[in-house]
Design a protein around this ligand. Structure first.
Ligand SMILES: Nc1nc2c(ncn2[C@@H]2O[C@H](COP(=O)(O)OP(=O)(O)OP(=O)(O)O)[C@@H](O)[C@H]2O)c(=O)[nH]1
Ligand SMILES: [Mg+2]
Length: 224
């Protein structure tokens, strides 16, 4: 492991009311599960540090409320995110049917509109017997949209780590590819060693291959 490689990733979890977004996140971050239901008001953020390949990732995961009244507020969080989990409940057909709308919202708000923006779909509550969405149907929808699909249970901790880390891995690859692309572009145009541009994810390249996000609305590439 090279501890100097550190990356911040902003991930977001969205989906209909009560599908288990908060439970999945708590299972992933704290290894806990609560039977009682407390709806998320607006959004909250949890962090987790993981090591993937030779990179330390600080995941900042935004948990969002599924209530309709938060919809427009939630959509403002997509901007600047590195990836998104679309969650539904396999015992609730409506929550699966709503995925099209959630996905459309995300694609409309990621700037620039990017079909390859990292997403994963989680069909949650597979521990329950009264299933309404067959696995093949969910898999078919995801295959058509080219999105990885995981059948999960926040309650029994099934596939939760795998799903979050698949998204983190995809988000990391995308970020690396975008930085390499931009570095190449700047080196071809013979830009000054330190270049500034706008409209790309906020990052800082400290050394070759090492980058972290910046809080300001600017993107810096250090080509020295
Ligand atoms: N059996 C079972 N119940 C679950 C699972 N995941 C969540 N639940 C339950 O489903 C209810 C809703 O879970 P939450 O995690 O609060 O759902 P949410 O998507 O965050 O809901 P909002 O914040 O209101 O949008 C709670 O009572 C949980 O205990 C699961 O995998 N299996
Ligand atoms: Mg919640």
């Amino acid at each position: 492991m090279n501890p100097r490689k550190k990356v911040d990733l902003k991930l977001i979890i969205i989906g209909a009311l009560g599908v288990g977004k908060t439970s999945l996140l708590h299972q992933y971050v704290h290894k806990t599960f609560y039977e009682d239901y407390q709806t998320t008001l607006g959004a909250s953020i949890l962090s987790k540090i993981i090591i993937l390949d030779d990179t330390t990732l600080k995941l900042q995961i935004w948990d969002t409320g599924g209530q309709e009244r938060f919809r427009s507020m939630v959509s403002t969080f997509y901007k600047g995110s590195d990836g998104c989990i679309l969650a539904f409940d396999v015992t609730d057909l409506e929550s699966f049917e709503a995925l099209d709308t959630w996905r459309g919202d995300v694609l409309a708000k990621t700037i620039p509109m990017e079909p390859s923006y990292p997403m994963v779909v989680l069909g949650n509550k597979i521990d329950l017997a009264d299933r309404q969405v067959p696995q093949e149907v969910a898999q078919g929808w995801c295959k058509e949209k080219d999105i990885p699909y995981f059948e999960v249970s926040a309650k029994n901790d099934i596939n939760v780590v795998q799903a979050f880390e698949m998204l983190a891995s995809r988000a990391l690859s995308r970020l690396g590819a975008r930085i390499a692309e931009r570095t190449e572009m700047l080196s071809q145009t013979g830009s000054a060693p330190v270049a500034r541009t706008h409209g790309l994810r906020l990052c800082q390249c400290n050394e070759r291959g090492s980058f972290s996000h910046l809080p300001e609305a600017a993107f810096h590439l250090n080509l020295e």
